[in-house]
Structure formats: C-alpha cells, structure tokens
Design a binder for this molecule. Structure first.
Ligand code: ATP
Length: 770
C-alpha cells in the first residue's frame, strides 16, 4: 500500500462458520503489528479496534446451526494510515443486524450472546436487573439450547465488561446498556389477553404485569404509558387524534417490534460509541479495509434476513468476478497480449433479479409494504408473475408463498411469510415518544425525537432499500481500493476439527469461483505495470540500458531480458508479469538497494560511531575526573572522619582509662590509707604498748636501780662512813699524836673536824632524801 500509494481492501468471504471472523481477527492483529505505534502512551487505535471485538461479538453474535459464534451483522473495519504508514485512525461500519433473532429463536440456535451473559452475571447484577435463569424468559426459552459448549457465559459477561472498559465505555454507560438488555428480556415476558371490548387487549396476569413494571423501571419510563404504548394506538385523522386499542396478537407484534427496535438502536449506539472512542483521522488518504460479512446461508427455512445476507454475498461475488475475471481479461484484450479467454459464471442476472429498480424483488417488496392491504401471499403472487421466465427464479411446486433463487453458491428456497413485517423499518410513534421521555438520558438518546417532516418518510423507509444503499456505498469504497480476497472454506458441517467433507469443500471452492481464480492466476498475469512505472522501479537492475536512447517499451524489454525473466508479456502500455515474478524482481531490487545501502550505511555508521566515540571519550574523561574528584573528596572525608573517630576513640578511651585509673587509685589509696592507718594504728598501738612497757620497765628499773642505788649508796656511804671514820680516826689519832706534837696538828684537827661535820650533814641530807 505504501509503495503503490493506493488504499487496499481485504474481502473475507465464505460460508457461515467457515472462519471469516477468526480470519479477520488474525488479519487485524497482523495489520496492528505492521502499522502499530509501539511505545505511545495510552491505548492505541489498533488495540482499541482489537478490543472492540468482544463487545461487538457479545451483542451481534449468536449460536446458529452452523456456527456457535455466528456474526449476525456485517462488519467493515477501515484502518486509516498516516504518511509514515502507521495506523492513525479507524472506523467500524456495521451492516444489517439480524433483528428478528431478538424475539425469535428456534432449537438448536440461541439468541444474542449478551442475554445469556447477563443472566449469568454476578448475583448483585442479577438482583439489580431482576433477572433469573435464561429459561424463564420467553425470548430465550423458545429454543431448548441455553448453554453452548466452550462458552462460559459468566466469564464472558466479565470479559465483555472488561472489553467495554478498554474501548472507553464508562461504568454508567455499561450500567445503562445492561439495563436496556434486561428490559428487552422483561418486555418479552409480557403476555396479553383479550380485553372486554372487541379488538382490545389487557395485560394477561400478575406475572406479566411484574415484567411490564420491571421493564418500565429499567427503561426509566412511565409504566402506565408503556402499557398504553403496547396495547393502544393513536391515529391522526383530519378530525384529530383517535385512540384505538389492539388485540392480543397485534399487541404481541407491537411488543416484539418495540424490543427489536430497542436492541438494534442499542447495537448502533455501541458501534458509534466504539468509533467515537477509537477516533478517525480525517487527514488520512490511505486505508486498509477488512470486510467480514455474514457468509452465504441456506437453511431449511430461509426468510428476509437470508435474502439480504445472500444478496450481500452475491454482491461480493460480483466484485470478485469483476476484479478477477472481467476486468483482468478485458485488460489482456486491450493490451493485445496472447491470451485465451477463461469462462466464468457471471452473477449479474441474480443481482438484477434482487436489486434492479424498478422491477427487482426489493423494489416489489417495498411497493408491497406501501400498501396496507398487501400480504405475503399477494407479494408472492406478484413475484411469481413478474419472474416466471427468469432463469434464476423459480416457484416451488407445493408452496404459495415460497420462491427459489439460484444463487452462485446454490439454490435457496425463501419463505416470504414475514417479508413485509421484517422489511418495515419504522418506530411506532408511541414507542418513540415513550422512550424519548425516559428519565434515563442513555435511553432517551437511543430514541431522539424524530423531526416532524421526516416522520412520514421514516414510516415508509424499508430495511431492504437501506441495506441496498449501504451495500452500494460499501461497493464504491471497495472499488476505490486494491482488492484482496480471502476465501474461507468450511471443512465440515459438524463443527469438529480435522474432518474434511470433500464434496462439500469442492462445492464451496467451485461456487465461490476459486477454481477459475486459480486457473486464471496460473495462466494469467496478476501483476502489471505501466512501462514508465516499471522503469522507474526497476531501472537500478540495469542502469547501463537506460543510457541507451530507446523508447520505454524497448527499454523494458531489454531490462527484462537482461534480468533473465521468462514467461512475461509486453502489452501496448504495460508489462505483464506472471505470479511470483514481481516478487522476484522486488527481491533483486531490494538486494541491489541493500548492497548500496550497506555501503552508505557503513560509511555513515563509521562517521557517526567516530563522532559518538569522541563525544563519549570526552564525556567519559570528564566523567572520570569528576568521579575521581568525588572519590578523592569522599576518601578525604573518610580519612578525616577516621582520624576524628580515632581521636574521639582515644579521648574516650583516655577518659575511661583515666576514670578507671582514678577510681583504682582512689580505691588503692583508700585501701592503702586503710591498711596504712591500720598498720600505723597497730604500730602506734604497739609503740604505745612498747612505750608503756618501756616506761613501765624504765620506771620499774629506775625503781629497782634506785632501790639498789640507794642500797648501794647507803652501803657505800656506810662503807665510806665506816672507812672514812676509820681513816679519819686513824688520822685523828695521827693528828692527835702530831697535835700533840705541834700546832699543825691543831689546824689539821680543825680541818678534820670540818670535814667530819660536812660528811655528817651530807649523811643526814641523804637520810632525809631517802
Ligand atoms: N483459523 C481457525 N483456527 C481454529 N478454529 C477456527 C479458525 N477459524 C474458524 N475456526 C472455528 O470455526 C468457528 C467459526 O468461525 P467464525 O466465527 O470465524 O466463522 P464465520 O465464517 O465468521 O461465520 P459467520 O458467518 O456465521 O459469522 C470458530 O468459532 C472456531 O471455532
């Protein structure tokens, strides 16, 4: 798409249950991977598109005979790309939701998944919406199939709510959505009985009234008005508005119509809401559209929906024929290349039969809807009459209302019984007014007031015509894009893996024109390019040939010869290539470009790497010096800290040591003092004792010595006295002898006398002292 500058579309087709939806999901995932924006904040467009699938499947898919998860609506997803090839926006367009399923299901089919999911919701939700087992609701219990293998309704309910969160549907909106879904279920349980007057009806019983009131509460509208809207009709006449009543059957039809309208509007709202939250890119001019539309259907009983579905498939088949066969072969002829024409089955006549205006089935159906007196029988008669000679139309032998159309995929018998009702697309004015006046803004938005002048035209609008117009628009979109086809083939009808029903598979391949498509792609030239475009793209494979001054055709021929391709053809203005040759040329071109790119890249990378290296080196040197400075600072700080710590430790230790020492000293001194005091006291005591004993001894000795001295002295004195007396008497006798002789003796006599006296006084003194 980016190379060619042209939008693309992928048309996924096949029978119901062949795998279209699954293929579409894989495609979307692949495109999201290719064009996704990684790393952007929030949810990307592609994520939101992928996450919208569970929401649309919950409300638009149902179990059918052919597929447990059959899409009951068509879907065209438009991925918009910006100039850089990234997804910049997306839009989902849906086509013709099968409304009748809301009110009518038959075994073994189911109604839309969301009803069953809601009935398996957590108990608080069940209580809030006054729900119960699915089999208690008329819209669900018409079929005996309530559960489907492989679908866990309770888990799916939570998954759907989760997906709603993802696509940006708020909690209040989700609450309102499920309230409306529950209201539809309750509406279905309202039964009517015949009223007292003719053509009138009343609410059948208390149970029906309960459901009526619950539906009214859930839709937040007046219950009495809801009842009137179901059993009464207002008719505008020139004289004024007349209110009439309707019988039970008409009331039931009115109820079902009401429920279908609500559900289809809810579905449209969901699609619009998802589109609004994904966002479009108005500036985008390139898109890839993926079309997943309901597959061809042929049941036992086929009705209006099957006609629309098969009409769509016919349209798509024609698009396929146009692109693969008609246009292809026309171009071969125009370009005058060697070609033998391949036949194919053209389905233009079936399309004319259905959509031609005037005179096609849809036109006749619309016409019949305009006449109040038309019935399905009159419609059938008209069809039989009009197409009695049409080779694609037939009347089954024993039926008065059925008709057969020979589709490209086989004959289908349609029962026209409900064609008229199903084709009418108008909202009963009373229903419109009632819900528009709802106290719930969500419900009133679903039913905006219809403009006065449009009321008439909307009454007459038909579903088939609207659908035809939608398809026409779709075809126009597809025509402006490069189409790609994916044909899904259903291997078996028992929905089991690894079983291939060969006849069935072959029939599908034949009907969808795949066999002819294979023949044409084997024999044909799927790729073609204008000479100029071809040379512009592939000139790099042979640049020297371009230097020669030849015309474009010859240059193309020479380039292709040089490359050595075989089997191609040169037309008048274009080069026609066989399947795979373009890819081969592209591969060679890519190789040449890659080699050149590698040279440029290596030079550029060297330059960039050197620049980066220098920047890196400077930065790293700067960083290193800074880091080193920081480390040195840190080390310095650490060392300072360590020194401080040591100092503090030293001081603390010194303090503690000193304190301990002081305490020790004090204790020692105290101890020493005590001991010394004790010793001194002992010494003192002993000295005192010694002194006392010495004193005593000295006193005693003195006393003893004094006594002995006194004794000695006395003795000495006694001796001395005795001696001296003897000596003195001897001297006295001598003196007396000398005195007698002389005077000297007289003096000596006197001296001796004095002496005797002195000694006598001393002796008396001593005697006194003693
Ligand atoms: N590629 C696949 N791999 C495994 N199973 C697949 C694949 N494609 C389809 N199936 C199985 O087939 C079933 C039907 O596929 P899917 O819903 O895609 O069919 P469909 O063609 O879209 O049908 P319808 O037209 O009814 O919507 C899937 O539920 C799945 O079980």
């Amino acid at each position: 798409m980016m190379n060619e500058g042209k939008s693309n579309s992928i048309l996924v087709s096949g029978e119901s249950g062949a795998g279209k939806t699954e293929t579409t999901k894989l495609l979307m995932r692949y495109l999201a991977f290719l064009g996704g924006r990684s790393g952007t904040g929030g949810r990307t467009v592609e994520q939101q598109v992928l996450e919208s699938n569970p929401v649309l499947e919950a409300f638009g898919n149902a179990k059918t005979v052919r597929n447990n998860n059959s899409s009951r609506f068509g879907k065209f997803v438009e991925l918009q790309f910006d100039k850089s090839g990234k997804i910049s926006g997306a839009a989902i367009r849906t086509y013709l939701l099968e409304r009748s399923r809301v009110c009518q299901t038959s075994s073994p089919e189911r109604n839309y998944h969301c009803f069953y999911f809601l009935c398996s919701a957590p108990s608080e939700d069940i209580k809030k919406y006054k729900l119960g087992d699915p089999s208690s609701f008329h819209y669900l219990n018409q079929s005996s199939c309530i559960r489907v293998d492989g679908i866990n309704d309770a888990e799916e309910y939570l998954a759907t709510r989760n997906a709603m969160d993802m696509v940006g549907i708020t909690e209040e909106e989700q609450e309102a959505i499920f309230r409306v879904v529950a209201a539809v279920l309750h509406l279905g349980n309202i039964s009517f009985a015949k009223g007292t007057e003719a053509d009138s009806s009343v609410i059948k019983d208390a149970k029906s009234r309960f459901h009526l009131n619950t539906a009214g509460e859930l839709l937040m509208c007046d219950c009495e008005k809801l009842e009137n809207a179901l059993i009464k009709r207002e008719i505008n006449t020139p004289e004024g508005v007349i209110t009439t009543t309707v019988g039970p059957n008409s009331a039931t039809v009115s109820r079902d119509g009401f429920a279908k309208q609500i559900y289809s509007r809810l579905f449209d709202w969901l699609v619009n809401r998802i589109n609004a939250s994904i966002g479009q890119d108005p500036s985008s001019d390139k898109l890839i559209g993926v079309l997943d539309i309901y597959g061809f259907e042929s049941f036992k009983t086929n009705s209006f929906e099957q006609l629309c579905i098969n009409f769509t498939n016919e349209k798509l088949q024609q698009h396929f024929n146009q692109n693969v066969f008609k246009m292809e072969q026309e171009e071969y002829t125009r370009e005058q290349i060697n070609w033998s024409y391949i036949e194919f089955v053209d389905n233009q006549d079936v399309l004319d039969l259905i959509e031609k205006k005037p005179g096609g089935i849809i036109a006749l159906l619309d016409e019949a809807c305009m006449f109040p007196k038309s019935t399905h029988e009159t419609l059938s008669q008209k069809l039989y009459e009009k197409f009695k000679n049409h080779k694609r139309f037939a009347k089954p032998k024993l039926s008065r209302t059925a008709f057969t159309i020979q589709h490209y995929a086989g004959d289908v018998i349609y029962q026209s019984d409900h064609f008229l009702d199903k084709n009418k697309d108008y909202v009963v004015a009373e229903h419109q007014e009632l819900l528009n006046a709802s106290r719930c803004s969500f419900v009133s938005v679903l039913f905006p007031p219809a403009p006065e002048e449009n009321t008439k035209s909307s009454k007459s609008s038909s579903i088939a015509t609207r659908f035809k117009m939608q398809l026409h628009e779709l075809m126009e979109t597809l025509s402006s894009t490069e189409p790609h086809y994916i044909r899904c083939v259903k291997p078996n009808s028992v929905l089991k893996p690894a079983i291939f029903e060969n006849t069935n598979v072959l029939q599908q391949l034949r009907c969808s024109g795949v066999l002819e498509a294979i023949r044409i792609s084997c024999a044909g030239y799927p790729t073609r390019k204008l000479f100029h475009d071809f040379l512009h793209r592939f000139r790099i494979l042979a640049p020297e040939i371009l230097k020669e001054k030849n015309d474009e055709k010859t240059t193309c021929q020479k380039v292709l010869d040089k490359i050595g391709l075989e089997g191609y053809q040169i037309g008048r203005t274009k080069v026609f290539l066989r399947a795979g040759q373009m890819a081969e040329l592209d591969a060679r071109r890519t190789e040449v470009r890659n080699t050149a790119a590698r040279g440029v890249q290596s030079q550029l990378r060297t330059h960039v790497a050197r620049e980066q290296f220098l920047i890196l080196r400077n930065a790293s040197v700067c960083l290193q010096s800074f880091v080193r400075a920081r480390l040195a600072c840190k080390l310095h700080g650490f060392l300072r800290q360590q020194a401080a710590v040591l100092k503090i430790q030293k001081n603390i230790r010194r303090y503690f040591a000193r304190r301990t020492y002081s305490q020790l000293c004090l204790s020692a001194i105290t101890l020493q003092t005590g001991l010394r005091t004790m010793a001194a006291r002992n010494e003192f005591n002993s000295r005192n004792q010694d002194k006392a004993s010495i004193h005593i001894q000295s006193r005693w000795r003195r006393h003893r010595d004094n006594l002995s001295y006194i004794k000695l002295k006395r003795a000495a004195l006694t001796y001395q006295c005795a001696w001296r007396g003897r000596v003195a008497r001897r001297e006295l006798r001598q003196l007396k002898m000398a005195a007698r002789d002389t005077q000297a003796l007289k003096v000596a006599k006197e001296k001796l006398e004095e002496r005797v006296e002195e000694l006598m006084s001393r002796l008396s003194l001593e005697k006194k002292l003693r």
